[in-house]
Design a protein around this ligand. Structure first.
Ligand code: ATP
Ligand code: MG
Length: 139
């Protein structure tokens, strides 16, 4: 399984801006199978744990506040080489540096509100998918 899954989340402003449909479409068109999906509001505790690696960064508190500010769409995606291929599909963290045609280039509002999250390693993909979904909610 490792290597074939990644975790993604459509972040609050992209949900508010009505970009769920087009983003899911891009994900499917890029060959990913959506094997779990939920629309939910993340609690502060979940956000602090999810972004724990950034705890010491100056933007941490703002990031937690932002990611808990409204519903997100969390999902498990499947495809060979999922982590790397999904990072290519979403583009650079800063949408101004993201390539044309990437999800962040098209739908991000800013560096913080950069439309989508994508796991950064196979190891973190498994941790993040398990964080949001039990096995009975994965198909
Ligand atoms: P993500 O983990 O959300 O997929 P990423 O892996 O491209 O994004 P990270 O370095 O993990 O980037 O940063 C996590 C998130 O923190 C970014 O997506 C962005 O929302 C926010 N962030 C990163 N750097 C900054 C910054 N300098 N100022 C404000 N927010 C930032
Ligand atoms: Mg990251």
């Amino acid at each position: 399984m490792a290597g074939n899954i990644t975790f993604s989340m459509i972040k609050p402003y992209a949900v508010k801006d009505n970009h769920i449909g087009p983003i899911l479409s891009m994900i499917n068109e890029a060959g990913f199978k959506i094997s779990a999906l939920i629309m939910t509001v993340i609690t502060q505790q979940q956000a602090e744990q999810f972004y724990g690696v950034h705890r010491s960064k100056p933007f941490f508190n703002d990031l937690v506040e932002f990611i808990t500010s409204g519903p997100v769409v969390a999902m498990v995606l499947e495809k060979p080489n999922a982590v790397e291929d999904f990072r290519k599909l979403i583009g650079a963290t800063d949408p101004q540096k993201a390539e044309e045609g990437t999800i962040r280039k098209k739908y991000a509002r800013s560096l913080q509100a950069n439309a989508v999250h994508g796991s950064d390693s196979d190891e973190n993909a498994v941790i993040e998918c398990d964080f949001f979904f039990s096995s009975k909610d994965r198909f």
